[in-house]
Design a protein around this ligand. Structure first.
Ligand SMILES: NC(=O)c1ccc[n+]([C@@H]2O[C@H](COP(=O)([O-])OP(=O)(O)OC[C@H]3O[C@@H](n4cnc5c(N)ncnc54)[C@H](O)[C@@H]3O)[C@@H](O)[C@H]2O)c1
Length: 326
């Protein structure tokens, strides 16, 4: 099959492209390079530079490249920015998806995998978040992902397009240093940044109802996540007309304090964190139930948090050589 990977020059997309190639599939990347990096796309994979909002270019690409499936990762993803620029987020993430789906159904593409997010759940008050946990997003970003799931599912039901919405939990790590996440939006790179500046890492609130008082999250290695896309893609091919939604996590909570301790130990810094007030909208605990994907697709993550920190640090040191110790 030939898969169009939108956002394939991005952090996660670049890993999905490689996982698809390793699985013997063909890939074409479609990316506007707004946050993506062209060098992340393998030399033998065609890169079409354009926005998913450009329906004509998407349609032409689908036809000319004989695309049979789409993995849609292209989106804006910063929660804070989405609070300031909600219309921009709705345009890129919802209108962009609508335009893409119009082209996909017109070209009679068979399968569609959509990047959703644990942000759809908002502040869940449960130990493990299942796919049945109510979705109450707390930001325009999370809203665009939930609306995206609705668009994808409604299109699947109406047209026979096979669809999967994958709700990623906290993505970390890299397959190799040059594929590492270059943004500083998540806990791990935020801690790396502070250590590199020779400043203490920050904990936003240590009075949450969790064992050590700091927020608890579920981290998933990007290589595992990419493989989950291949598994989902294969499942769609095997059952035409299916529409499913799955959590992609490990089902294991790691607290902010525990993560900082592990990073300090691995990097050779020994910088105790400082605590500042809670950030509004941060839930105490968001940990996936990974049961449904295990049962339905026989998929399970292989890598642990230490693998994520080690590979993310290798990528960070490549970009910030002065951060290396010893
Ligand atoms: N990184 C995470 O922890 C995380 C968690 C949950 C969900 N997600 C979702 O995963 C997807 C990929 O995230 P990422 O971390 O790789 O981010 P990223 O910013 O590295 O990748 C997004 C890619 O999409 C491209 N893009 C953005 N808008 C586009 C448009 N209108 N047309 C074409 N290309 C466009 C960018 O240039 C970039 O290459 C996003 O949909 C994001 O919402 C990410």
């Amino acid at each position: 099959m030939t898969w169009l990977i939108t956002g394939g020059a991005g952090y996660i997309g670049a890993h999905v492209v490689r996982a698809m190639l390793d699985a013997g599939e063909q890939a074409v990347v479609y990316d506007d390079l707004s946050t993506g990096i062209a060098d992340r796309v393998p030399a033998d994979v065609p890169l079409v530079v354009g926005s998913v909002l450009d329906g004509e270019l998407v349609s032409r690409t689908l036809t000319e490249r004989s695309v049979t499936g789409v993995v849609h990762l292209a989106a804006k993803k910063q929660v804070g920015e989405s609070m300031e620029l909600p219309l921009h987020y709705y345009r890129e993430n919802v209108e962009g998806l609508r335009v893409l789906l119009e082209a996909v159904t017109a070209a009679e593409v068979g399968s569609f995998v959509f990047s959703s997010s644990a942000a759809v759940y908002g502040m869940p008050d449960v130990n493990l978040v299942t796919e049945e946990t109510p979705c109450v997003p707390m930001s325009p970003y999370g809203e665009t992902k939930l609306a995206g799931e609705w668009l994808v599912r409604a299109t699947g039901r109406a047209t026979g397009l096979s669809t999967a919405s994958l709700r990623y939990f906290n993505v970390a790590g890299a397959a190799s240093p040059e594929l590492a996440d270059v943004g500083v939006f998540n806990l791990i790179p935020m801690v790396f940044e502070k250590l590199t500046e020779n400043a203490p890492p920050r904990i936003f609130g240590d009075d949450y109802p969790t064992p050590d008082g700091t927020c608890v999250r579920d981290y998933i290695h990007v290589v595992d996540l990419a493989e989950a896309h291949v598994t989902a893609a294969r499942a769609l091919q095997a059952s035409p007309g299916s529409n499913f939604t799955l959590n992609i996590g490990r089902g294991e909570g790691v607290s902010v304090r525990e993560m900082i301790d592990r990073i300090n130990a691995l990097t050779g810094y020994d910088r105790p964190p400082v605590t500042t007030p809670r950030r509004p909208g941060d839930p105490a605990r968001v940990v996936a139930s990974a049961d449904r994907i295990a049962t339905e697709l026989d998929w399970k993550a292989k890598y642990d948090v230490q693998d994520m920190i080690t590979s993310a640090w290798a990528g960070w040191v490549r970009l910030h050589p002065k951060a290396a110790r010893g």
